[in-house]
Design a protein around this ligand. Sequence first.
Ligand code: PHE
Length: 457
Amino acid sequence: MSNKAKFSSKLGLVAATVGSAVGLGNIWRFPAEVQSNGGAAFLLVYILCVLVLGIPLMLAEFSLGRGTQADAVGAFKVLSPKSKWWLTGALGVLASYMILSFYTVVAGWTLDYLWQSITGDLYASSNGSGGATSAMNLYFHHKMEQYVCTTWPPLINTFIIIGICIAVLMAGVQKGIERMSTWLMPLLFVILVVFCCEALSFDKAGEGLSYFFTPDFSKITPSVIVNALGQAFFSLSLGMGCLITYGSYFPRSTKLMKTAVTVSMLDMLVAVMMGVIIFPAVFSFGLSDAELRGTTLVFVTLPEVFSMMPATGLWSVLFFTLLLVAALTSAISIGEVSIAFVQDRFGKSRRMATLIVTLPLFALSTLCSLSFGVLSDFKIAGLTIFNLLDTVTSNYMLPTGALLICIFTGWFAPKGFFRKELTPSLGRDRRIYWAVEFIVRWIAPVLILIVLLSSII
Ligand code: PHE
């Protein structure tokens, strides 16, 4: 039952965990959330959510994994064998599977956009639009819509992504996940720094930055807090046992506090850097607010910005490489939750577990991909399959998972378990432990419950 695989170095461990955290959530979702939730006010609440709730919850997940050396379901079985708490892990495994089926589709689009940037197809006839911003926006909108509605190209790209995930996941924790992240994460940061430098040189960079960094406190409403908390959890990969699984690969000597702070800070840094890139660009190129939403931002607005910059192709290739790296390392961590579960619970080899998990994924991802095309009229509760999976997981399953993980770690895990896991990393300073425990027991459950209730009502 015990999970023997371990990350081999501190750097690899941090790279893999940051690789899980930094994903489409930071690059695609975060700037759109900032824009639709009052700019800098959202940023402020988001940072508070990461510091006050995100880090303690991450510590709870790390502790459950490292302390039990088991997968997301096994961790609860080890600590509370006769109870039904293992269902919390099962909810996480289910959520991870559902997220993976649409995450791979978006990663597939990224792959296609990267390819089209390399060949130049993405910009081939954009000049025909006359260079006017609105015409250009229409052109990229149309291109995106046409692309996602077709059957085969998005599907083939999704399958390629699943294929890459299979290859990395089969190679295992050290030779697959850790090695891949150790190579790709530095690349991601280098590309981000290059983009930041370029964005700061735009003529209206100052206006963009002041929109992003000067909070208007009157804009902090309950819904801004709810969205900021949801964004923080999604971005830090919390609530579905992903970090329980990764925690089980941490050696005993890992300092959990230091790791949680490092991972959270780097994840937040990537989100902030994305803001520093996007907002100066939006202000400088005179794009409207409406052009900043969700899917549109990355696949429509940014190509529009690139087409107005010199060296269009180069920036485009760099950006979609960045997005692909972020999406792949996160997709792999999401897949690992189910693979560790099948491997540990059913005693399967890694190869077998990877196949068992990924083969049905082809079918589910196909449904998600087709929900933009031939299945676009097939709706459940008014949502397409893609949107349904996205909404149910992010808005309900992840917060529920996070709530249960807090309650379990704070109240039901064996007495002293959490403290024993944390103590080596806190040294003699007991106050930090008390603060973390207080948050996990009281503050986080109450806040998450409020968030959940407000999204249900
Ligand atoms: N944190 C990832 C992102 O920002 C998504 C993710 C969620 C990964 C949950 C693992 C678990 O895109």
